[in-house]
Design a protein around this ligand. Sequence first.
Ligand SMILES: Nc1nc2c(ncn2[C@@H]2O[C@H](COP(=O)(O)OP(=O)(O)OP(=O)(O)O)[C@@H](O)[C@H]2O)c(=O)[nH]1
Ligand SMILES: [Mg+2]
Length: 660
Amino acid sequence: MALKEEIEKYWKKVDEGFDKIVESGVLPVGNEADGTLVTKESLRTELDGLRKGVYTIAVCGGVKAGKSTLLNSLIFGDSVLPAFDTPMTAKLTFIRHAKGAPKFEAEFYDKDEWKQIVDSCSDEERKELSDRLEICAGKGVLKNGYICSPRRPPIVGHKLKEELPSVISDPMNGLGKYTPFIKSVTISIDHPALEGLQIVDTPGLNDSNEINSNETAKWVREAHAVVYVLETRGASDSDVEFFQLYFPSTATEARVFVQNKIDSDPNYASAKSAIRKYGQEQKYKDIGLFGPQETICSYSSLAVLIQKKQDAGLELTEDEVFQIETNIPEDFAGNPDNLEVKLAEKLFSKEGSVRINKGCGLLMSVYRSAIVKNEADIASYERQISDCDKSAGEISNEIEKYEKYEKKIDQTSEDKREEFDNYLAERLEELQDILDDKADQILKMVSSEAEKCGGSDFFIRACVPTALSTAKRKAFSDVRKRASAIRGDIREKLKAIREDLNDSAVEAGIMDRVVIRSVAVDVRDKVQSAIDGIDVNGDELYDKVPGRVRRFFSGISVNAVPGMVVSLVEPVVRENVDICYDTLADTFTQNFDTEFESLIKEFKAHCDKRKVELAEAKKELSKARARKVELESGLAAAKSQKVVLENSEREMKHFLGVAV
Ligand SMILES: Nc1nc2c(ncn2[C@@H]2O[C@H](COP(=O)(O)OP(=O)(O)OP(=O)(O)O)[C@@H](O)[C@H]2O)c(=O)[nH]1
Ligand SMILES: [Mg+2]
């Protein structure tokens, strides 16, 4: 079968592959490398471009790797593209074939693109840009005259070597004049090797100018083949990042690595073998790079360029003269791997297969992107399910903790009631004992006063009431102190009960920390008035005495008088002490009871509030469970989607097979 027919057959296959992808519903999908959306339409356009468009080779590599010098050495044989040891090619530069005199066209940014560039600049970059604009303005090139909407027509020039620097070189280096405003430059030359071919010299992906790096990404994806320029010492981190992002969709057949500047390493043989061993490293194995099929050419762009210029009798630049005088030996083999031949063999002579391979790569990259997205979906489902489990687990724990405690709530209240009642009773008993004691003391004093009176009615009348009052004052100031101490004790007890209730509430998960407050009922005044209310008025008391005393005095010995006075006074004193006790006991019981009840009430209110909260939490829990079910079915779908995608990827690979 003729090659042409075979190629046609493969393109038919690619088209069928495209139809399969469309039918599978995998489109649209975010492109794995740069996040742009690949749609049915965009993929079709890309495939058509690959098949029928100008055969495009992108020259990529890190800043200053020597891309421009490489093109000068390969295509121009002269220093046409500006090269310098500071970044120079800040633009996309296209090199195409055209009959007639050489020509370049420099396209300006329009207003929107300019805004995008300025917006994406850091403060420092903005400062650098404005320094450059100042230099341009000094040369009469003002921004407003060149950044227009619609776009200003391109600058066209014919003297490449003389005029190109004005649109490509950095103004900082003296020659650039329009450069900051230029989006891309297209150079057309009548060179037989360029027929049907376009070369794109890219500014690199690490360009801070957003449009430049986006354009580089676009051209790497759309170019049929890539020439990647590396420094002699090998790949840097940013090179590896580039490989990881862009080379999975580039077939080995469609790329050539150039290990440039070999003249700069005196022992380049070891550098050369080091780079050829990359294929054994896992990070390269993972992305299918530097395997046995990889083409790596060691090269010295500068040495070859100087040689060509000398052969053609062209004048060398100062830098080139310096290089041959100091660095490059006379018989240095700058092109040991015969780069042109390798390029011709690998990229040009198999143009048909490179195009098809690239088309296949694009189809395959659709599945890769879908699989990467699907893996991200699976990870996200798994994360969400674990979050769901975690929060459902937390809610269940809370509920369980409370439910276990709920039964204990009434019991706790009852236990505390009993504890408090017992304590109160004990303390009131103590009070009772104190009061009884005091009554005894009063009576003792009365008795001793009566004794002192020696049975005289007159003296008894004069002394007993005073004695009673003094005794009462002394005894009851003591009672007041003791009652107030008991009041303090009961208050402490209530505090302890409050702490217990708090602990129980915390234990039941009702709250995180102690919040039940005691309701302070101040009983001090009430105790005081209860004591003051005890009426043991001596005068009044004595009024009850005379008739009987007189009767006694007629026949009873004087010694019996004090006993009689006491027996007359005692019931009155005891009755009053009882009244005092009742008043105090009532006051304590009533007021502290109120306080106790309010604690219990608050405790129960917290329990009830928690109950309501947990009822809400239960609803949340069932929602979380329902959400989990949803997520699990999402996860299951994503997992089976993964199987489908991986199968489709495999089938597609098998279907497309190996290109011509
Ligand atoms: N010694 C030596 N120097 C080289 C070689 N190739 C390029 N250079 C020097 O490296 C510097 C950068 O070269 P360029 O061709 O401007 O590199 P580039 O990759 O186009 O740089 P940008 O476009 O600015 O990213 C210049 O000073 C070149 O003279 C080479 O083979 N050997
Ligand atoms: Mg360059």
